[in-house]
Design a binder for this molecule. Sequence first.
Ligand code: NAD
Ligand code: MG
Length: 337
Amino acid sequence: MTTVYYEKDADPGLIHRRKVAIIGFGSQGHAHAMNLKDSGVDVVVGLREGSRREGTAAAAGIKVVTPADAAEWADVIMVLVPDQYQQSLYAETIAPRLNSGDALLFAHGFSVRFGYVNPPPDVDVAMVAPKGPGHLVRRQFVEGSGVPSLVAIHQDATGEAKKLALSYAHGIGGTRAGVIETTFSDEAETDLFGEQVILCGGIDSMIRAAFETLTEAGYPDEMAYFEVLHELKLIVDLLFEGGISWMRHSVSDTAEYGDIVSGPRIVTAETKAVMKEILGEIQSGEFARNWMAENDAGTPNLLAARAAVANHPVEVVGRKLRAMMPFLNEKSPEDDI
Ligand code: NAD
Ligand code: MG
């Protein structure tokens, strides 16, 4: 059985006796830093010189220093920069400043699981990963509740790694909702699998293929957009609220019958075999190696794919239709924090 920790299982005092550096002030970083500060924890944020987030952190009353100064000062270091930059950040800035008994924390298992960060044996290495975006982690905390989180221990040098991680989770509000125990491997592998096979890769490939099928058959782009992209939100909300049975219960009987006769023809035994192949590439580290190599090369494939999808007809018509629906409160990638 999976172990779940709550408020009563955490000692809030442990993290109050430590000096915490949050490296990065993005989605997760801003929420962790602000929640810890409000919990009375001694926290600084490490940001690169000239980072556009510097003003935001300072405005929130949080001390901002360089990542090197933060790592030097702290005895608990939470790494909240994007996964692909953690290897060099760790090697150049954090590793030289780690002392025996320090704790190195992560919100995702990628770098440790796939060997891009290898801390010395006298340092605690743990994961505290809220299962939600930073703005939700912050909002729930302010409202007096929290977001369910994961905790995992990679290395317990002090014998207190789990207590410390739970105390940190308490400080950001995670234990209010429940903190589920996992491992770096399970978290990293299932997270990558989910985003590749369904959440990002599966869904967005399916949207484009379905849009192309309708428009190639002569249906208007606008109709195709509403049916294969826009309405997805209604369905996802139903799945989120009550699972597959609730979704099937809430749609028309016609839609439900269409689901059971056509769904299995879209996702076939062959599709599942490919899912297993993708899982194998994640587990073997092949995906991680390819992703890090892509970064070393300056992300040519990522940049080309971004440019290409922006010109796909589903994106072109989508921009036009969303402009007619200002109530959707359209987000651009720059808006997120
Ligand atoms: P983000 O892109 O929102 O923010 C990254 C921050 O790091 C920014 O402030 C950026 O300026 C800074 N940064 C980038 N490179 C840096 C460097 N070399 N040195 C110092 N600062 C640097 O990232 P995020 O989404 O908050 O992700 C952080 C971690 O949290 C990742 O491990 C991610 O997997 C994990 N995580 C994210 C979410 C989520 O919903 N976003 C949820 C759970 C876990
Ligand atoms: Mg995920």
